[in-house]
Design a binder for this molecule. Structure first.
Ligand code: FAD
Length: 475
């Protein structure tokens, strides 16, 4: 009888990789099969894009800061890890959001969901859109649906339904926060498939969005009562809570940091993983969860991996600044503001972090976070941290009248961090996966570059791929 304990390796210790490892372990334990799991992470720490620090009483997120509460996988994971009591919602007194138009902040009309109007009266009153722009948006109510159902760009879809003004002045800046992309280069099917389904079902995007809002109470039934009214949720001590919860739950696994994988090759019924230090290991299954351009490098011997190189990644930075409350010359009654492309600012958005999330700053202090970089605005990597700070402060001075010297600043540079799903992405990915499973059945590839960039989507993808591998193991 063989004494070999099957060994499965997860490459990449971001939220996708850690979730994949967690759900693989859970499932294989439940199946009662022998196994070993390793998680291999190139950088010195687990978490990937998630990076929370604590400084002078502030809780600072250098990467993602929260997630959509209605998306179940992350709430389910919080419950699975016994962390549900750590969840917290946004400050109900800071619900407003502003958008810049001609150098001035305008309140985003109430009732917008992902930038789509669901209440016509406030939308018709907003100063953000011209009277003609409003009439054009209202045409969505009567325009026929598109009969061809192949993929199209998000920008093309939104312009077709709501017109150029709503797209450029409201929806694009809002969605830029998620993808930092050019909507005309992003796949509708891969980014907002629900928009397409609404058009198909209700003919009008506005009517579809209004109908979907009616389901909201049911969608939040899974949340702990204390946060049920919050659209966004995070952890009281930051998203690192989720990372450390996963790492603790994986304590019996072999967790390695500071070790990059150079290549993965099929070896008979197994896979050979070669590390950047030149060593290698034969394993019984591999899940790659790195950004797709890094997965393509690891699979360089596999021709279809070139499909993964078609997914472009945008670089973004953020500048976080702490202030004394007394130095802030405006009301802290909003979550922040967005800056459309043509406004001539460096920053693309600013979150009034400590107004939105009360746990992030000590009494009497304020935390702000400015975002820099989006598709078409990729000069910033050549700028120094000092230049990024100075440009962000310049914008805050002209938009908010904020002249005070920050108590401290934190700059985060996230090169090639935001995947841009091209039109036809789903088909490309399906083709790639089919060829991979035929050529390298021991290797699975997933992560933010595939089916959703949000943390809940990454967790869902990690779990799905863990179950696929487990199905192959127990079959
Ligand atoms: P990653 O976090 O990139 O993890 C992949 C890991 O693989 C990395 O740790 C990397 O070091 C490792 N790796 C790469 N190559 C190798 C190799 N050769 N060998 C071993 N390891 C390797 N989402 C939200 O839901 N809410 C938000 O508020 C939000 N804000 C965001 C703000 C910013 C600035 C950014 C960039 C993203 C944000 N997102 C947000 C998106 C979300 O954070 C990411 O999509 C998600 O964290 C990606 O997780 P991942 O595990 O797929 O990839």
């Amino acid at each position: 009888m063989s004494s070999h304990t099957p060994h499965y390796m997860i490459v990449g210790g971001g939220i996708t990789g850690l979730s994949a490892a967690f759900y693989l372990k859970k499932r294989l334990e439940a199946e009662g099969v022998p196994f070993r799991i390793s998680v291999v992470e190139k950088s010195p720490a687990f978490g990937g894009k998630i990076h929370t620090i604590e400084k002078e009483g502030f809780v600072i997120e250098k990467g993602p800061d929260s997630f959509l509460a209605r998306k179940r996988p992350i709430i389910d994971l919080a419950y699975d890890l016994g962390l549900e009591q750590e969840l917290t919602g946004t400050n109900p007194k800071a619900k407003k959001t502003y958008i810049v138009r001609q150098g001035k902040l305008h309140r985003m009309p109430p009732g917008l969901v992902l930038g789509i109007p669901t209440q016509m009266t406030p939308f018709m009153k907003t100063g953000l859109i011209s009277p003609l722009g409003k009439i054009r948006a209202a045409l969505d109510l009567v325009l026929p649906k598109r009969e061809i159902t192949n993929d199209e760009s998000l920008g093309h879809f939104l312009e077709r339904r709501l017109g150029k003004e709503v797209l450029e002045r409201i929806v694009e800046p809002l969605l830029a926060g998620i993808y930092a992309g050019d909507t005309f280069n992003l796949s509708l099917k891969s980014t907002f498939p629900q928009f397409r389904m609404m058009e198909q079902k209700h003919r009008s995007l506005i009517l579809g969005m209004m109908a979907s809002r009616k389901n909201v109470p049911e969608e939040t039934a899974h949340l702990p009562a204390a946060i049920r009214s919050s659209v966004f949720v995070t952890f009281k001590k930051g998203l690192k809570t989720l990372v450390s919860g996963l790492v603790s739950a994986l304590d019996s696994a072999d967790l390695r940091t500071g070790l990059g994988v150079a290549s993965v090759r099929q070896r008979g019924q197994q896979a050979e993983v070669t590390f950047e230090d030149g060593s290698s290991e034969i394993v019984d299954g591999v899940i790659l969860t790195s950004p797709t351009y890094q997965a393509a490098q690891m699979l360089a011997d596999f021709p279809a991996a070139s499909e993964l190189k078609k997914i472009d990644y945008i670089s973004v930075a953020n500048v976080i600044m702490a202030f004394d409350r007394k130095d802030i010359p405006f009301e802290l009654d909003a979550s922040g503001f967005l800056v459309p492309r043509n406004e001539g600012s460096t920053i693309t958005a600013c979150t009034l972090t400590s107004a939105k999330w009360l746990h992030t700053a000590p009494e009497g202090k304020v935390l702000l976070r400015c975002y820099i970089g989006r598709s078409g605005e990729q000069e910033w990597p050549a700028w120094s941290d000092e230049q990024l700070i100075s440009k962000a402060r310049h914008d805050l001075r002209s938009l908010l009248g904020l002249t005070a010297e920050p108590l401290f600043t934190e700059v985060t540079r996230l090169n090639h961090s935001m995947p841009q799903y091209p039109v036809g992405h789903l088909e490309q990915i399906a083709r790639f996966r089919e060829e991979l499973s035929a050529a390298m059945p021991q290797v699975l590839v997933t992560g933010a570059g595939f089916h959703g960039v949000g943390l809940p989507d990454c967790i869902r993808q990690g779990k799905e791929v863990a179950w696929q591998l487990a199905d192959r193991i127990v079959d």
